[in-house]
Design a protein. Structure first.
Length: 550
C-alpha cells in the first residue's frame, strides 16, 4: 500500500533523525533509552515505530518534540523537523514547531484531556494561542475540525466535558486538536490501544482519510503488528532502544531478517482445546439480572430515567469452563462482573454453587468472596504502590484469616509466585520495579492465593504488548488446567477471547445479543452486531495475514 511521494526526497522529508542517543540520569545511574536511532519521514507517508514496552518508541517521538523530562540528555545525534534542528532549540522556537509543524495524539484521551474544560475550550485554545483568533472565528474553526474528524452532532458537543463522551469520541477530539493548525506531521502514540475493535477500525480509517485529504506525514507508534499492516508504508522495529530492522511493510512482513521481528510476527495467543467432561452442575449463574443507574435532574434531584447498564441478563457457567463476554465500551461487560461479585447493587438472582447470594447481607457475602476473585485491566492502577509484592498478595489471606503464621503466609505467597511464573525472591520488591506483564502476573497471584473457584478477568491483556498477551493467555490456560479454575473473561479483544473461551456472550447496551459455543459464534455469527464486531477484527487480521503470507 506504499503511497507515492511527489518531488525529490529532500523536498518531501519532514522529519530526519540521525544517530540519536537519549540517556536518562547521570553517572552510574544513567539509563540509555535510545541508542543510535536513524530514520526519515516523508510527506504523505506513514512510518510505524514498532516494539514492546520499553523499546524506546515513545522516547524517540517525544525527543522530536523536545517534551522529555529534564533528566533526559542527548549525548549525540540530530533531529531535524521541517528543516529546523530541534535538539537545543529554544522553548519559543519549539512552541512554534509544536503548533505549526507537528500535532500529537496520545494513547489515552481521557488522561490527555482536561476533565474540567469543555470540548470547545480545549480545541479552541490551540487556535487562540497560536493564531490569535477571536471567539467567533474560533468557534467556526472548532466546528469545522469536529466535522472533519467525524464527530456526530458537533455543535451539540461543544459544551460537553470529556467524561460525557465515549472513548472513540474523545480520541476524535484529540485528533481534531492535533490537526487544528494543519501540521505537516501527525505523531500518533498508540492511539487505538485502549479502544474497542470497531472504534479502532474507525479511527484507523479516519487517519487514512485525513492523510489523503491533507497530505500530512504520520509517525505511528504501536506494539500491534496487525495495525501496522493495515496503516503503515514503512516500519522501524525497535528493541532495547535500537532499530533492529526497518524497511517497507510488505518486505518486512514477508521476509523479516531479525529474530526479534520474527518473534513479534509469530506472537499470537494460542487457542486452547475445548474443555471436555464438564460437570453438569452450575457454579455461577444469573436470572434476569439488572443494574440500572438513575438519572436525576432538578433541584430535588428527581429520577427522570435510568441508564440500563445491565438489562435482563441470564446465563449459567459450569465448573472449569471459560465464558467470554464481549462487546464495545458501555455494553455492560464490566458492570456484569461487578454485579456478580456483589460490588454494586443489582436486581435479579445471582447464584453461587446453587445458593442465591443476591439477597445476602454484606457480612454473609464476605466469606464467599474468596471463592470469587477478580483481575482488573490496569495492573499498575490495581496494585498499591506503597505495598511490596508479598504484602499485596498476602492481604487476602489476612482478611480471610487463612494463614495466621507470618512464615506460613510468606511460604504460600512464594508458592503462588512460582505458579504465575515469577521469582519468589521478588517477594519484597514493589510494583514499579516490574514490567506491565509481570505486574499482571502479580495481580493474578493475588487472586489465586485464595484458591478461588471463579476468576473474573476484566480486560487483563488489553494494556499489554502482543507478545506478553500471548504469554498471559498461555499462563491462564496452564492455571485453569492445573487448578480447574472457572473463568469469566471480559474483553473487546476478540483474538484473545477466541484463544480462551468455551462459550461466548455478546453484549450491547446491557443486553445479550448473541450467545453460544465460541466456535459457533466466531465461525457463524447470527446477529448483525456480532458480525460487525468480527468484521472489524477480521479486517486487521486479514491485512496482517496477507502481508505475512508468501
Amino acid at each position: 500500500m506504499t503511497r507515492s511521494v511527489d518531488g525529490s526526497k529532500e523536498q518531501n522529508r519532514v522529519l530526519s533523525v540521525k544517530g540519536l542517543h537519549v540517556t536518562f540520569g547521570d553517572g552510574d545511574a544513567a539509563v540509555e533509552a535510545v541508542r543510535g536511532v536513524t530514520f526519515d519521514l516523508f510527506r504523505g507517508e506513514t512510518l510505524a515505530l514498532v516494539g514492546e514496552s520499553g523499546s524506546g518508541k515513545s522516547v524517540t517521538a517525544l525527543s522530536a518534540l523536545q517534551l522529555l523530562p529534564t533528566t533526559a540528555h542527548f549525548p549525540s545525534g540530530e533531529i531535524t523537523m521541517c528543516g529546523t534542528p530541534v535538539i537545543g532549540a529554544s522553548e519559543e522556537k519549539m512552541q512554534r514547531i509544536r503548533g505549526d509543524a507537528v500535532g500529537i495524539v496520545f494513547q489515552e484521551p481521557m488522561t490527555s484531556l482536561n476533565p474540567l474544560h469543555s470540548i470547545e475550550k480545549q480545541v479552541g485554545e490551540v487556535l487562540e494561542v497560536h493564531r490569535g483568533m477571536d471567539e467567533e472565528a474560533v468557534r467556526t474553526r472548532v466546528l469545522e475540525l469536529l466535522d472533519l474528524v467525524g464527530l456526530r452532532d458537533a455543535e451539540k458537543r461543544l459544551s460537553a466535558l470529556p467524561h460525557e463522551l465515549s472513548g472513540g469520541q474523545r480520541q476524535r477530539v484529540m485528533i481534531a486538536m492535533a490537526l487544528a493548525l494543519e501540521p505537516d506531521i501527525l505523531i500518533a502514540d498508540e492511539p487505538t490501544t485502549a479502544l474497542d475493535v470497531t472504534i479502532q477500525a474507525q479511527i484507523l480509517s479516519l487517519l487514512e482519510d485525513l492523510q489523503a485529504r491533507l497530505g500530512m506525514a504520520i509517525l505511528f507508534i504501536t506494539h500491534d503488528l496487525s495495525i501496522v499492516s493495515r496503516i503503515a508504508d514503512r516500519v522501524c522495529v525497535m528493541k532495547e532502544g535500537e532499530i533492529v530492522e526497518q524497511g517497507d511493510v510488505d518486505v518486512i512482513f514477508k521476509d523479516a531478517a531479525h529474530p526479534y521481528t520474527q518473534r513479534l510476527l509469530e506472537a499470537q495467543p494460542r487457542v486452547g482445546k475445548p474443555h471436555e467432561n464438564i460437570p453438569e452442575e452450575e457454579l455461577v449463574g444469573t436470572d434476569d439480572l439488572k443494574v440500572w443507574f438513575p438519572i436525576k435532574k432538578g433541584i430535588i434531584r428527581h429520577t427522570v430515567d435510568h441508564v440500563k447498564a445491565v438489562d435482563g441478563v441470564s446465563f449459567s457457567l459450569r465448573p472449569g469452563q471459560t465464558l467470554g463476554v464481549v462487546g464495545e465500551s458501555g455494553s455492560g461487560k464490566t458492570t456484569l462482573g461487578l454485579a456478580l461479585l456483589r460490588l454494586i447493587e443489582s436486581k435479579g438472582s445471582i447464584r453461587l454453587n446453587g445458593q442465591r447470594i443476591d439477597d445476602l447481607s454484606r457480612n454473609n457475602v464476605r466469606p464467599l468472596r474468596r471463592q470469587m476473585q477478580i483481575v482488573f485491566q490496569d495492573p499498575y492502577g490495581s496494585l498499591s504502590p506503597r505495598l511490596s509484592v508479598g504484602q499485596i498478595i498476602e492481604e487476602g489471606l489476612i482478611v480471610h484469616d487463612l494463614e495466621p503464621d507470618r512464615n506460613d503466609r510468606r511460604a504460600r505467597v512464594a508458592d503462588v509466585l512460582i505458579d504465575v511464573g515469577l521469582n519468589p525472591k521478588s517477594i519484597d520488591r514493589y510494583p514499579h520495579e516490574f514490567s506491565g506483564g509481570q505486574r499482571q502476573r502479580i495481580a493474578v497471584a493475588r487472586a489465586l492465593v485464595l484458591q478461588p473457584k471463579l476468576l473474573i478477568l476484566d480486560e487483563p491483556t488489553s494494556a499489554l504488548d502482543v507478545s506478553v498477551q500471548a504469554q498471559m493467555v498461555d499462563l491462564l490456560h496452564e492455571l485453569q488446567d492445573r487448578y480447574g479454575l472457572t473463568y469469566l473473561f471480559i474483553s473487546h479483544d476478540l483474538r484473545v477471547v477466541r484463544a480462551l473461551a468455551d462459550e461466548i456472550l455478546v453484549m450491547k447496551a446491557g443486553k445479550i445479543m448473541e450467545r453460544g459455543a465460541a466456535i459457533d459464534v466466531f465461525d457463524n455469527p447470527q446477529e448483525p452486531y456480532t458480525q460487525a464486531l468480527l468484521s472489524a477484527a477480521l479486517d486487521l487480521k486479514v491485512a496482517h495475514a496477507q502481508l505475512v503470507a508468501d
